[in-house]
Write a protein that binds this ligand. Sequence first.
Ligand SMILES: Cc1cc2nc3c(=O)[nH]c(=O)nc-3n(C[C@H](O)[C@H](O)[C@H](O)COP(=O)(O)O)c2cc1C
Length: 390
Amino acid sequence: MLRFSTAGESHGQALLALLSGLPAGLPLDPAFVAHELWRRQQGYGRGGRMKIERDTPEFLSGIRNGSTIGAPVAILIPNHDWQNWHETLSVEAPAGAAARPVSSPRPGHADLAGALKFNFPEARYVLERASARETAARVAAGALAKLLLRALGIEVLSHVVAVGEAALDPDFPVTPDSLRALAARDEILLHCLDPDAEQRMKAEVDQVLRTGDTIGGVFEVRAFGLPPGLGTCANWDERLDGRLAQALMSIQAVKAVEIGAGVASAAARGSLAQDPIGYDPAARRFTRAGNHAGGLEGGITNGQELVLRGFLKPISTLRRPLPSVDFATRQPVKAAYERSDVCVVPAAAVVAEAMAALVLAQAALEKFGGDSLPELQRNYNSYLEQVRAF
Ligand SMILES: Cc1cc2nc3c(=O)[nH]c(=O)nc-3n(C[C@H](O)[C@H](O)[C@H](O)COP(=O)(O)O)c2cc1C
């Protein structure tokens, strides 16, 4: 069972990812993990924080001499900004004069609900943990999940399909090669396949930069090379569609998740919304006339490409802050402002790849098991034989 959790605060010493259940013998590719972390920090519309941080993972456990050893993997990503915060967020001493309270909760953040829940007089500690800085840890762990999937011939990639009103043409071709090339770029603007659409997206970000506003959008994650049969229809909490939706929905600012043509299907006729089944005797395999299902039927992968979309609301922290109330006086004030991004759709796409990879790796290990990579691969290949011989 692959288990994964994170710890760490936005301005604390470091972020931590703990990943247990990886089989032994999976080679680490440190350059790949570093590149994934770099990708998360990019995108037009990121704020000043990403100029301070250059995320460098330290592998504390579970990897020895270049490969996993079947023990829990702990990854530490230091926060360079800690040097500016260690007095405010000291473990031992009270902050006193160095306190930096968040005294007026920001609408759209966890500030108010969290302060009420944890009974804090202001929202500093709530902000610290709710912040999406935590997603660096997700991406580090997700990179290891991707390496595991890669060893099974499965790849998880993404692109941005909309920023504000600017959208990629729905008929624009999306292929594994084009998404691979996008992931390999050494400069990331809006992580869009079409340069024209990307310029329109940039214009949307420029507009909100000018007006002190923020903007959201839509990303798409695709997984290639998946076998049929991951996940199950047996129990509600084991369905892979639900597990993937939860994983993507848990990303800060994601407010809706779509699988395949899910949203448009709600308005379509059943005769047009499904993917008719055929059989190719030469290739001795089943064929599908389309992929409205986005690769999942009944909570089980069907062997088609997995297509997931995440819809991000505009970033909540505004340079022109929204109305709020002072925690102490209860008087109307402007919401607190803390250095902020204005558009994070490309970064969220990278985080979503990581989350999807973690869920898919978990589902693969559930089905095929194995304490070492060769054992997992043997089990996997034997299942593929069974599918071929069906
Ligand atoms: C990669 C990434 C970076 C983010 N950066 C910011 C930011 O700089 N400022 C901000 O207000 N929200 C940012 N967010 C969104 C907030 O973290 C999120 O809206 C907030 O924690 C409340 O959670 P919710 O929107 O999921 O309800 C970011 C989200 C992601 C995925």
